[in-house]
Design a protein around this ligand. Structure first.
Ligand code: F6R
Length: 378
């Protein structure tokens, strides 16, 4: 079943290019150009989900919560819809103010996470007796169509990841990201918040991703494995990112915690100097995601600050800027893409890093202690 891979997690990491390809083939018109007069995205969702949309709330847990943070960034930056992400376990105890024409999105790979389901129930219950504009609009994002989530919501985006066996989410995460890219571009087209030429450019780059991901997996695993072996005894890790890559820093830290039991924190790079920098010394490696775009220079200068505290610096970045590459002790190279699409690539080396540290420590990568694939208690 593992098809020659040592663990399901590794097999699922390698399934990611095909998951991305399947999503694109299912939802995106590959012939679309800026001259086309139709929507390039077809998620098969009912029109009333989009009508006069004013607000989006997203509820999720764990890795799905990280995907949702990327989703919020896309929904706001591409489609200009005010969006908030909530920990599902917190949502029902402090419900956001009631607003009309509001979409609630529940994101869960298992479709069975109790916290996420009960957050959706609370929203449904409190809106049930209100007028039409306040009626709940409920959308699920999942790879499990036969799940409790699917029965609870009005519509679902199938992320096409299939079943994931490794407890640490990898391919389902990238698939959730793809669902958010498609939804955001769909909304952006309908609301005309992105120019046709910009849309064409983003779609062109999205279609290149499966091949880029394949090349990244093939060329980087060995290097990252060797690097990972140097951290088998490490006790603390810091992951830094900004903007759309801040959630990827959180995800890199969560993967490492879950399967290697090493303490790790993800932090917005600019916040380091407001406290956590006090933790740094030569024993705490810092992984910084530094992708060209709006926050590139800032992340590099934040990384320099960490280096000045003797931290070993690992950069997730394109190797194209030799000067920047000199800042880092080690590089985890990823191809340069539009900043908005970069999370689909930057997460890959972090998955490998966590996997190979845990595997080297001889741990049960697919079944980490204290964790279950689906968390059905609140
Ligand atoms: C991460 C992980 C957990 C889940 C979380 C939500 O690798 O396994 O953090 O992401 O329990 O699970 P779902 O997506 O099933 O709601």
């Amino acid at each position: 079943e593992k098809q020659g891979f040592k663990h399901f997690m590794l097999k699922e990491i390698y399934e990611q290019p095909s998951v991305v390809r399947t999503c694109l083939e299912s939802y995106v018109n590959s012939e679309w150009t800026a001259a086309s007069s139709t929507n390039p995205i077809n998620l098969g969702l009912p029109d009333d989900l989009y009508t006069d949309l004013e607000q989006i709330h997203i509820v999720a847990c764990g890795t799905s919560w990280h995907a949702s943070l990327v989703g919020k960034h896309l929904l706001e930056q591409l489609a200009q819809v005010p969006s908030q992400v909530h920990y599902a376990s917190e949502f029902r105890y402090a419900l956001p103010p009631l607003t009309p024409n509001t979409l609630l999105i529940g994101v869960t790979q298992s479709g069975e996470t109790a916290d996420t389901l009960s957050a959706i129930h609370s929203e449904k219950d409190r809106r049930a007796s209100l007028s039409a504009a306040y009626q709940p609009r409920l959308l699920g994002i999942t790879n499990r169509l036969q799940s409790t989530l699917t029965r609870l919501v009005d519509s679902v985006i199938d992320t096409h990841a299939g079943i994931e066996i490794g407890v640490a989410a990898t391919k389902t995460f990238i698939a959730q990201l793809m669902a958010f890219y498609c939804l955001s571009l769909d909304l952006a087209y309908r609301r005309q918040t992105v120019s046709p030429t910009r849309l064409e450019e983003l779609l062109k780059q999205l279609w290149q991703l499966p091949t880029q991901l394949e090349a990244l997996l093939e060329t980087q695993e060995k290097r990252i494995e060797e690097l990972a072996h140097e951290f088998v005894e490490t006790q603390d890790f810091i992951f830094l990112g900004r903007g759309i890559n801040f959630p990827i820093a959180l995800e890199g830290a969560l993967k490492l915690k879950e399967i290697s039991y090493i303490h790790a924190e993800g932090y917005p790079a600019g916040e380091m100097k407001h406290g956590p920098i006090a933790l740094l010394d030569e024993k705490v490696p810092v992984v910084a995601i530094a992708m060209p775009g709006s926050v590139y220079e800032k992340v590099l200068s934040n990384a320099q600050e960490a280096k000045a505290r003797d931290a070993r610096l690992i950069g997730v970045m394109p190797p194209s800027d030799p000067h920047a590459a000199e800042v880092f002790n080690d590089l985890l190279p990823v191809p340069e893409v539009d900043e908005l699409l970069s999370p689909l690539l930057t997460v890959i080396p972090l998955q490998f890093l966590a996997y190979h540290i845990a595997a080297r420590r001889g741990l049960d990568v697919d079944q980490p202690r204290n964790l279950a694939k689906s968390v059905t208690v609140e």
